[in-house]
Ligand binder design. Structure first.
Ligand code: 8YV
Length: 338
């Protein structure tokens, strides 16, 4: 029998996944579960075939150039691959895989939860009860929020997750609008009755909520720019369970602080030097709802993500195309030039 593939796993994974990996592969897991340095990754990969990494690992061109020649596959534990310099990986002859689909529904649930949490004052309601003496009891005019039904939702990126969000939002009575590289079958054929916009600026002016569901690439960096945030309807708000880089965060905070936007519900935000004090102040003022990058954080999704990583590694090491190979066209929406 051919020798077992040799793999380095940069973070702890669910027990069942680690156990299965240990039976199938020569597996080295970073037991400390603290993000490895580039040097740790290069050293840890000595003589190994596969790097299993996730969002907290920065796999840039400089690191890729230093990887031992034995490494042939980068198997991302996650859907987004923006922590990896994909072009540099391809140029170095490496295959990159990810774990799409299995986290779609859980991520969409989270987007819906955040979308409701802001106008229905979920966090504020809880805080009021748990802080001694703040709740004066029920009154007809206390804790009034705003109805979601009938509002227009603008989805940026109608892929798997965006579509799953649209399905939920449709059931909550929202009108669905979207800006995306792929257009759905129009009109009566579309159960979501979704309105397609080829002009993002125009869509932004027509909706009450913007929810972001596009990968972070060079093209989508700050897709919700300062100018577009200004164009948003007064009182509208942003939902982001995708990547912080999609939004000009400082500009968004400004639009909330000056009262133009009603707020934001964010599972992702810039936190390079700790979370921005302005963001925390807005959360304290209940203009912003924050969760800790946990949109796909269910045990079920994490196990299925791990299973997907295993399937990708086995296919690759058996000489087949791994089912979830990251392809040029999946990144730019068009085939790569011949
Ligand atoms: C994960 C995610 O928490 O898959 C993604 O792109 O953002 C989340 O599901 C994380 O990326 C795991 O690496």
């Amino acid at each position: 029998a051919s020798p077992k593939p040799n793999i380095l796993v940069t973070r702890r994974l669910p027990e069942t996944i680690e156990a299965r990996m240990a039976t199938l592969f020569e597996t080295h897991v970073n037991e400390g579960d603290v993000t490895l340095t580039g040097d740790d990754i290069v050293e840890g990969l000595d003589g190994k075939d596969v790097l299993v990494c996730s969002i907290t690992d920065r796999i840039d061109a400089e690191l890729i150039a230093r990887l031992p020649k034995s490494v042939r596959l980068i198997a991302q534990f996650g859907n987004g691959v923006d922590n990896i310099d994909i072009e540099a990986a391809w140029a170095a002859g490496l295959t990159v895989t990810n774990t799409p689909s299995v986290l779609t529904e859980d991520t969409a649930d989270m987007a819906m939860m955040l979308m409701l949490a802001l106008p229905r004052r979920l966090v504020e309601g809880t805080q009021m009860l748990v802080r001694d003496g703040v709740w004066a009891g029920w009154s007809p005019t206390s804790m009034l929020g705003h109805r979601l039904r009938g509002k227009a939702l603008g989805i940026v990126g109608m892929g798997r997750i965006g579509t799953a969000v649209a399905q939920r939002a449709k059931a909550f009575g929202l009108n669905i609008h979207y800006f995306s590289r792929n257009r759905r079958p129009p009109g009566v054929e579309d159960p979501l009755e979704a309105t397609y916009w080829h002009d993002l600026d125009a869509m932004i002016e027509a909706v009450d909520i913007i929810s972001l569901h596009t990968p972070h690439t060079r093209e989508t960096f700050h897709i919700l720019s300062a100018d577009r945030l200004k164009r948003m309807r007064p009182g509208s708000f942003v939902v982001n369970v995708s990547r912080p880089e999609l939004v000009d965060e400082a500009a968004m905070l400004h639009e909330i602080e000056c009262g133009h936007l009603s707020g934001a519900a964010l599972d992702v935000f810039e936190n390079r030097n700790g979370i921005d004090a302005r963001l925390l102040a807005l959360a304290e003022a209940n203009k912003v709802v924050l969760t800790a990058h946990m949109a796909s954080a269910t045990l079920e999704a994490r196990i299925e993500m791990g299973e997907t990583v295993i399937v990708n590694i086995r296919a690759f090491m058996d000489g087949h195309q791994p089912p979830h190979r990251v392809l040029p066209e999946s990144r730019h929406g068009r085939p790569s030039p011949a």
